[in-house]
Design a protein. Structure first.
Length: 453
C-alpha cells in the first residue's frame, strides 16, 4: 500500500511543480501564407513534382504528389547555396496513395487506363511523405489563400469551438486583400527568458453557399488537422461546387465525406477522387481540375438511382467532370429520382463524361462539361441500351421529364434525335443517347448548383 501511496505522491508533486504557461494573443495580419500547395512546373501532365535533395539541389531525391501541403520553415530558409528559383521546403502532408493508384489504373492487358501516364514516376524514386525536406521549384508552389480545404473522412474527429463537425464544412483562410487575418500569440512561463511567439491564422468555416458560419484560429506548425485536409482551387467556384456535392451525398448517405467513401447494404460508394489541371509550359490550361462521380467500383451504381454504363476501363476513367458541371448534374439526378422514384425504368444511366481530344474518340467531350445519358425505359433497368425507335421499351414520357429537368439545371445544348420532345436538337448518331453539357459560366448552371432545382 505504501508503494502505491509513494507513486501517487510523486505524480501529484510533479503535477504541482509543472510549469504554468500563460498565453496572450492580439489580432494581427501578415502577408506570408501559412503554407503552400504543391503543383508542377514543366512536368507536362504529370501529377507530381521533383523534390530535390536538401544537401545537393542538383539531385532529385523523391517525387512529391501534386496537392501536397508544404511550408518553408525558418531553419531551411537559411540554406543559400541553391539557385533563387529553388525553395527549401518541409512536407506537412501528401495525398493518399490510393488517389495516385486510382489514376494509374489496374495493370490489365487491353485496358486503356486513360490517365496512367500522368502518375508514372521514374523507377527507383521514392514517394515523399510528411516530414520530407528538399528543394522545390518556386513556380510549382501556390499560396494557400487560393484554395478551400476539406477535412478528410479518415481524420480524427475535429470540431470547431462552436461544435461544428469540420468534416462536413469547407475551410477557407480569412483574407483582407493580400493580407491574411489572424493573431500574434506568445506563450510565457516563469523560467523562460524569452516568450515563445507564433502566428495563428484565421480560417472561416463555410456552408456550401460560401457563407461563414464560424471562425477557427489555427497554428499551422502545431495543428494536426493540416495532415488530414484536401485542397480544392477556388477558381470559378470549383470549391463551393464540391461543397454542394458533398452536402447532397451526406444527405443521401449519412457519413459520406472526403476519403474512404461509405458502405451501405447495396453499394460501396467510393469517396471523392480528383484529377489536377493540366497546363502547358506557357501557363495555358489544357484541362481544368476535375472530380470523378462517386460510384460503386464493382456495380458502377451512383447516387440517386444512377448507373455508369459501358465505362472505358475498370477505373471508370471517363467519369470525370468539372466540379461545377458535376454539381448541376447531381441536382438533376436528385430531382428526377424524387419525381420518378425507384421503380424500374427510372434509373438514370450515364456514360462518357470527360474525354481528352487526343484520345481520338468522343472529342465533343473535351471540355469536361458534357455527359451522355441513355433514354429512359418503360419498365426495365436493363443495361443493354436502346434507341428512341424501340417503342416496346422506350418511354418518351419519362425521357421528356428528364429533359425538362436537364433544362432547369442549365443543360445546353441537348442533343437527342427524338425531336417530338421539346428542347432537344437532332444530331447524327444520337438516336440511342442524350448528349447534354453544363457550362459553368451559365447562370442557370450556377443557380442549380447553389440553390438546387
Amino acid at each position: 500500500m505504501n508503494k502505491f501511496l509513494t507513486i501517487f505522491l510523486f505524480l501529484f508533486s510533479q503535477f504541482i511543480m509543472a510549469e504554468q504557461v500563460e498565453l496572450y494573443c492580439t489580432d494581427a495580419t501578415t502577408e506570408d501564407p501559412p503554407f503552400y500547395i504543391s503543383d508542377e512546373y514543366r512536368q507536362g501532365d504529370k501529377i507530381w513534382e521533383n523534390l530535390r535533395d536538401i544537401e545537393d539541389h542538383t539531385k532529385v531525391k523523391e517525387y512529391l504528389p501534386r496537392g501536397s501541403i508544404v511550408h518553408a520553415p525558418y531553419e531551411l530558409t537559411e540554406i543559400s547555396y541553391a539557385p533563387a528559383h529553388r525553395v527549401p521546403v518541409k512536407v506537412i502532408s501528401v495525398p493518399d496513395k490510393k488517389w495516385e493508384d486510382d489514376i494509374k489504373g489496374t495493370n490489365r492487358s487491353g485496358q486503356k487506363r486513360r490517365f496512367r501516364h500522368t502518375a508514372l514516376t521514374p523507377k527507383g524514386r521514392d514517394r515523399a511523405k510528411a516530414g520530407s525536406v528538399g528543394f522545390l521549384d518556386r513556380r510549382s508552389l501556390i499560396p494557400a489563400g487560393k484554395f478551400t480545404f476539406f477535412v478528410k473522412e479518415t481524420s480524427p474527429l475535429h470540431k470547431s469551438p462552436g461544435g461544428l463537425d469540420l468534416k462536413k464544412y469547407p475551410l477557407s483562410l480569412l483574407k483582407n486583400g493580400d493580407s491574411y487575418q489572424g493573431q500574434n500569440c506568445c506563450e510565457y512561463t516563469e523560467t523562460s527568458e524569452e516568450p515563445n511567439c507564433f502566428f495563428k491564422y484565421t480560417f472561416q468555416v463555410l456552408n456550401n453557399k460560401g457563407e461563414a458560419l464560424e471562425t477557427v484560429n489555427i497554428d499551422p506548425q502545431r495543428c494536426e488537422l493540416l495532415q488530414h485536409i484536401m485542397p480544392v482551387p477556388k477558381k470559378d467556384g470549383m470549391d463551393l461546387s464540391l461543397a454542394s456535392i458533398l452536402s447532397n451525398l451526406n444527405e443521401e448517405y449519412p457519413g459520406f465525406g472526403i476519403g474512404e467513401g461509405i458502405e451501405t447494404e447495396s453499394i460501396n460508394l467510393s469517396g471523392i477522387k480528383y484529377l489536377p489541371d493540366h497546363k502547358h509550359n506557357n501557363g495555358r490550361v489544357v484541362r481544368d481540375y476535375m472530380i470523378k462521380i462517386p460510384m460503386d467500383p464493382e456495380t458502377r451504381q451512383g447516387p440517386y438511382n444512377s448507373l455508369h454504363y459501358h465505362p472505358d476501363d475498370d477505373n471508370n476513367s471517363d467519369a470525370y467532370l468539372k466540379p461545377q458541371s458535376m454539381c448541376a448534374f447531381f441536382e438533376v439526378l436528385k430531382k428526377y429520382n424524387k419525381e420518378c422514384g425507384d421503380e424500374a425504368g427510372c434509373q438514370v444511366q450515364f456514360g462518357n463524361m470527360y474525354h481528352s481530344p487526343n484520345w481520338g474518340v468522343h472529342e465533343s467531350h473535351g471540355s469536361g462539361e458534357c455527359i451522355d445519358i441513355r433514354p429512359q425505359r418503360k419498365g426495365d433497368d436493363d443495361n443493354s441500351g436502346l434507341t428512341y425507335k424501340q417503342t416496346s421499351r422506350y418511354s418518351r414520357d419519362k425521357t421528356k421529364d428528364l429533359v425538362e429537368i436537364l433544362k432547369e439545371a442549365g443543360g445546353a445544348p441537348i442533343f437527342f434525335n427524338d425531336t417530338k420532345i421539346n428542347g432537344v436538337r437532332w444530331l447524327k448518331g444520337h438516336h440511342n443517347h442524350i448528349h447534354v453539357c453544363f457550362n459553368p459560366d451559365r447562370q442557370k448552371v450556377k443557380d442549380a448548383c447553389r440553390k438546387g432545382i
